[in-house]
Design a protein around this ligand. Structure first.
Ligand SMILES: Nc1ncnc2c1ncn2[C@@H]1O[C@H](COP(=O)(O)OP(=O)(O)OP(=O)(O)O)[C@@H](O)[C@H]1O
Length: 222
């Protein structure tokens, strides 16, 4: 589940971005829409506990993130959040399977080759397990990044513009895979996008339009 109330975030020396209230049940799908610069990535960073709100409340998968300190937020994020970034950040030095094993190490969980294998199978990556990222197509590399995001069975999957550079067929495939992966973990799925194809493909998703609401003086608004 994700619930926000009166959420706002202010970068230094800029008007604060104000976000609409959100209430999505666990296992639901949320589309964060809005033009470039509206604040979608900022919202994702707030939901991942990477940024702390300047104002308002945010609860994600039962955790109140509003007052969580950095170390606690890092530990919570490792177990609760699967992130599919726009730039995939796969390690070029490691194979596909190595990139997944690395994710376990980075999260501080014990090596679990069976979990890696199961995830490779679920995302149809077994045949590519020994390849390096540069030996993959763009769509294959995105599948690897999604495998890495769901490996630890997160409660929430955050996907930043997952269809941005894909043609229609690949975009549909990516969206189906995201939904199937979320269903497998019973995770809430959040997709930040300004791609109209995503809303058309997910008609039952909750939609949040992030606009250009700005708070020019956050102190006065509190
Ligand atoms: N580190 C930062 N410092 C100051 N301002 C920032 C910072 N990061 C983002 N911004 C500003 O905050 C606003 C929201 O940015 P954000 O990246 O969240 O938008 P977005 O909707 O994700 O955009 P896009 O679709 O282009 O990725 C923009 O005006 C941006 O310039």
């Amino acid at each position: 589940m994700i619930r926000t109330t009166g959420l706002a975030y202010g970068y230094a020396q800029a008007p604060a971005i104000s976000f609409p209230d959100i209430d999505v049940a666990q296992g639901g799908v949320l589309l964060l829409k809005g033009p470039s610069g509206a604040g979608k990535s900022t919202w994702l960073a707030l939901a991942a506990g990477l940024l702390r709100p300047s104002r308002g409340q945010i609860e994600v998968a039962g955790q109140d993130l509003t007052a969580l300190k950095k170390v606690a937020a890092d530990a919570w994020r490792a177990g609760a959040i699967g992130f599919l970034p726009q730039k995939l950040h796969l390690s070029e030095a490691l194979t596909v399977a190595g990139n997944l094993a690395m994710a376990q190490w980075a999260a501080g969980v014990p090596d679990d080759p069976n979990a890696v294998q199961r995830t490779l199978e679920a995302l149809d990556l077994v045949a590519l397990a020994g390849r390096k990222p540069r030996q993959l197509s763009g769509g294959q590399a995105q599948r690897v990044a999604l495998a890495r995001a769901v490996l630890l069975q997160p409660k929430v999957i955050l996907a930043d513009e997952p269809t941005a550079s894909l043609d229609d067929a690949a975009a549909q495939a990516a969206l189906q895979l995201l939904q199937a992966s979320a269903e497998r973990c019973q995770a809430t799925l959040v997709i930040a996008t300004h791609d109209a194809r995503v809303a058309a493909a997910l008609p039952r998703a909750t939609t949040c339009q992030i606009g250009s609401q700005r708070i020019f003086n956050l102190q006065e608004a509190l």
